[in-house]
Each structure stands twice: as C-alpha cells, then as structure tokens.
Design a protein around this ligand. Structure first.
Ligand SMILES: Cc1cc2nc3c(=O)[nH]c(=O)nc-3n(C[C@H](O)[C@H](O)[C@H](O)COP(=O)(O)OP(=O)(O)OC[C@H]3O[C@@H](n4cnc5c(N)ncnc54)[C@H](O)[C@@H]3O)c2cc1C
Length: 504
C-alpha cells in the first residue's frame, strides 16, 4: 500500500511560540522545519554573555510553574521544565523602598494585605476590596486546550461559568487604568505602587491578573534562566525529529491564488510547504513578509493608534557585580532624582538582583535594570544618524543608571561594572520586533483585549502564532498560541488534534 506523505510545515521564527508549535506539530505527524533569523533560537526569551558572565535578557518570572495551573502541562510537554529542573520560587513580586521603608508585594495574600495596611492604614477598606478582587481573579482560566472559537456550547458555557466569580471585579477593572485606580487611595506611597508595579498605562485588570498568578504560587524562574528554558525546549523539539535552521531569515511569503505556498529567504533561496506558521512579530509578517496585502482591521486599528494601544518595550541595563549582594532583595524599586530619555521621564529604577541564582556566594553576579519605555524613546534612539551617536546616547543612559545602582547597593566602580545596554532598537535588530516591542500591546483602560485566531482573511494555509494574538503578550501567550496554531492546521486537514500532554 502506498504510504501517505507527511504534510510539510514551515515555521517562521524559533521563539517560544515557534518551538511550541513545532513540538505540537510533530506530535500530530507533520513534517516540521523552523527557520530562525538569529544564530540561536529563543527569540526574546534569551540571554547572552558579557565579560564572562551571563545576562538573563528575559524571564523575570514564568507564569505556569504551579503543577495545578492551566499552563503547566504545556510547559512540561514542550520540555521547558523536566525532572532535573530547579525552580527559584517567587516569594514576592517586588519590594519598594520609600526612603528606607521597605514594602513588599508578597506572594502570600494575607501577608500582602497586612503589608499594604502597614503602609497605608488610612486605606484599609479599599485595600481589603483590592485583596478580595485578587482572590476573585484566582478563578481566571486560560483556554489552553483549544482555541475559544473551537469550543462547543458545553465547553464555552463551562469556561464562562468558571469566570463568574471574577466577573464583577473584571467589569470594574477592565476600563480603569492603574493610574486612575491609584488616585482612589489616600496614601502617596501606595499610589506609587499602583502606578508603577506594571506601568500607569496598564488597566487594573492586568495588575489583578499578575497578582493572582503570584498569589497562586504560579510564578517562578528556572535555574539556568531564560536560555536554559530555550535549550530544554529546543532539545525536545529536535529529539522528536524537528528540523531547525538558524541564521536563515525569511524575506517574503510565496503566495499563489491566495494560498501560502512557501517562503523566500534573504539569500534568495526558496522553500515550499503545505502550511506556514508565522511565529514572529506580527507587524513584520503583515507589512514586510506579506507586503500589507492581508492586514486585517484588528491589527491595522491597533498599529495606527498607539495612544489606546501603546507598545511594551524597554531598556535593559546590566551590571557585573563582584561583591556579595545576596542580602539585598531579588527585586527592588526605588525612587531617583528624575532624568529624561528622549523626553520620557524616569522617576524610579526597578532592579533585579540575580545573586539568588549563584552556586557560591563568592561568584560574581549581575544586577539588571529594566526601564519600561514608550514610542518617544524608540523615536529618540532611531533619530541618530550614526552608530557612534546612538552608542553615546545609550551609554549616557547607562552611566546615569550606574550612578544610582552603585549608590543604592553601596558598591564602588570596581565592584559594579556596567557591561551591557539594550534599547528598543536592539530587539528590533535581533528579532524584527516592531519598534522593539517585546510583549505586544499594553492593555489600557480604553483598549479591547481580544484574543485573535491567527487566521488572516483571504489567505489560505497560513496561520499566525505568538504573543501578538492576545495582549498583553508574554511567554504564556507565546506558548499556548503555538499549540493553537497546530490545532487549526489539524482542522484544515480535517483530522483530530492529538494532545500528547497526558502521556508525559
Ligand atoms: C527584557 C525582557 C523581559 C521579559 N520578561 C518577561 C517575563 O518575565 N515573563 C514573560 O512572560 N515574558 C517576558 N518577556 C516577554 C517574552 O520574552 C516574549 O513575550 C516572548 O518571548 C515572545 O515569544 P514569541 O515566540 O511570541 O516571539 P519572539 O520571541 O519574538 O520570537 C520570534 C522569533 O522569530 C524570529 N524572526 C523574526 N523575523 C524572522 C524572519 N523574517 N525569518 C526568520 N525568523 C524570524 C526572531 O528572531 C525570533 O526568534 C520579556 C521580554 C524581554 C525582552
């Protein structure tokens, strides 16, 4: 009997979403090849070495590390976590230093309540309501098993019913910005916490989502950092027979009669396939690879209106530290004398102290400062005509940050060395991220945070996956949209999606 040929899939981009899609596609008996522009996979989930020390360029935390959570089986299945994985549990989101008084956003919800009341007894009533809302948000579910639009009536009803306990706070929080919510509190320091835990642009819904994950013990960092997560997933993908080509950038998508047929690479070679998964930046796909021929109104509306749909990007400033700073918090935010970057004020620094990941207390470690930035900052860095001017501008930022970091951690120049600065242009250059965006749209009080199917009207045999399909993006979205992309391809093939998570 003639054996049927496996259907071939090309995946553009070897980030978390592309690798995830690759693994589920192999489970479903497709022939899979990932093409990645960078020399290693991982995309924005990455790290790199400077001055003999590794900088973790991504995961401050991974949501889905609690075995009871919706996301855990997916992370486990793609090999991100395995029996050898050690976790660093997140005991708190961050500490805030108000002139020496440390306030902690604890994972333990009772401790969190007590801490906020200690800071602001005058706001006790509203704090109690806030804690109630976090608890209500603990009912949040993520449709990881299949896309929402593929659920039957029973599944969608059950999914909806699970949400009921959080309906009231959701309706209140969805259209309330963190900035406006902060104003409801009397205490100025508490206002500061609400405005800056994410950023004042986010709606309260996003903050509640983050805090429910924290208080459900569903957030951790894994030993070895972001790079180790990617290595684990890559190993699983290759062990199943997946093919991965790095340094292979796609230039355009071959389309015949509105059917995606293959890809053309930067070196002008071509590759054909039955299906294509676009697992990289969605603006790059729509406007570069597809030449704006299939841009739908959902994305167009968002890319055209960056007030309601601002993008999430930033500057990461990294330091090598040779002194033992393990007595300092893992995450600390403190106010500084404000300075500007391209017109955007920076009023505080949020510093991640990586010393908790060290094997020996005498080993050098890193401090990383992530400054959330906006379009002004992107335009500022983009405006430089020469590389020299750009480097000078980013070094100027680095030097300012260095001064505050050394001061706060009582370090001298020898003990704390500035080793790296990334800007939004870095993410743009390495991953083709639109304006350097490393999540997707910020979910503001005025935005509509829909989940997208990833299918583009009028284009057959093509599906998107990745963080852009559900704002505000991040690793969990990259993860489950990769799985969903394969679910849809199985639908195109009229075959049942095989979910092998239960076999793990
Ligand atoms: C500093 C920082 C901190 C972060 N912290 C967290 C955190 O704590 N928790 C969290 O959940 N998320 C965090 N994120 C966000 C998270 O990293 C991203 O949301 C996630 O990695 C996106 O995955 P993705 O696969 O959707 O996209 P990407 O990572 O962008 O992957 C797309 C891939 O496609 C490749 N590519 C692009 N164009 C082409 C082309 N034409 N041809 C071939 N390949 C192409 C890119 O090189 C890239 O590898 C952070 C990000 C950054 C930068």
């Amino acid at each position: 009997m003639k054996e049927s040929r496996k259907k071939k899939i090309i995946i553009i981009g070897g980030g978390i979403s592309g690798l995830t899609a690759g693994i589920y596609a192999l489970d479903n008996d497709f022939d899979v090849t990932i093409y990645e522009k960078h020399y290693i996979p991982g995309g924005q989930c990455t790290g790199w070495t400077r001055k003999n020390i590794e900088i973790d360029g991504c995961a401050h935390w991974i949501v889905g590390t609690n075995p009871k959570s919706d996301l855990f089986p997916l992370w486990k299945h793609i090999g991100a976590f395995n029996e050898n994985t050690s976790y660093f549990q997140t005991e708190y989101f961050s500490k805030f230093d108000f002139d020496g008084k440390l306030i902690t956003l604890w994972k333990d919800i009772y401790k969190l309540y007590a801490e906020l009341v200690r800071l602001a007894p005058e706001d006790k009533k509203r704090i109690r309501q806030f804690i109630r809302w976090i608890k209500a948000y603990q009912h949040v579910r993520i449709p990881v098993n299949k896309p929402l639009d593929k659920m039957n009536l029973w599944e969608i009803t059950k999914f909806g019913l699970d949400f009921l306990p959080m309906l009231y706070p959701y309706l209140r929080a969805k259209h309330l910005s963190c900035k406006d919510y902060a104003k409801k509190f009397k205490n100025k320091n508490l206002q500061f916490i609400f405005e800056n835990t994410l950023s004042e642009n986010y709606n309260l819904h996003s903050l509640l989502y983050v805090l429910q994950a924290l208080t459900m013990s569903d957030t951790a960092v894994i030993k070895g950092g972001s790079l180790q997560v990617v290595r684990n997933i890559q190993d699983k993908y290759l062990s199943l027979g997946g093919k991965l080509y790095c340094n292979k950038e796609v230039k355009s998508i071959i389309i015949e009669n509105n059917v995606a047929k293959g890809v053309v690479f930067k070196d002008d070679t071509k590759e054909y396939a039955d299906y294509i998964i676009g697992a990289c930046d969605v603006h790059h796909i729509l406007y570069d690879l597809l030449d704006d021929k299939y841009t739908d109104s959902y994305f167009k509306k968002r890319f055209d209106n960056n007030t309601v749909y601002p993008l999430s990007t930033g500057i990461l400033v990294s330091f090598k530290v040779t002194k033992d700073i393990s007595s300092y918090p893992k995450m600390i935010a403190f106010k500084i004398k404000p300075f500007e970057i391209g017109g955007m004020p920076v009023q505080f620094l949020s510093v991640r102290n990586h010393s908790y990941t060290k094997e020996n207390s005498s080993d050098p470690t890193t401090l990383t400062v992530l400054i959330g930035t906006n379009e002004l900052v992107y335009t500022y860095f983009k405006s430089f005509k020469t590389k020299k001017e750009y480097l000078e501008a980013k070094n100027e930022v680095g030097k300012k940050v260095e001064k505050y970091v050394q001061e706060y951690f009582s370090l001298n120049e020898k003990e704390c060395e500035l080793i790296d600065i990334t800007t939004p242009l870095t993410y743009e250059r390495y991953t083709n991220a639109y304006h350097g965006s490393y999540q997707s749209y910020i979910t503001t009080a005025r935005s509509h945070g829909l989940m997208r199917s990833g299918i583009l009207g009028g284009l057959k045999n093509f599906v998107l996956s990745g963080q852009w399909l559900m704002p505000p993006g991040g690793l969990p979205i990259a993860l489950f949209t990769g799985k969903h992309a394969v679910y849809r391809l199985c639908g195109f093939e009229h075959k049942k999606f095989i979910n092998k998570e239960k076999e793990d």
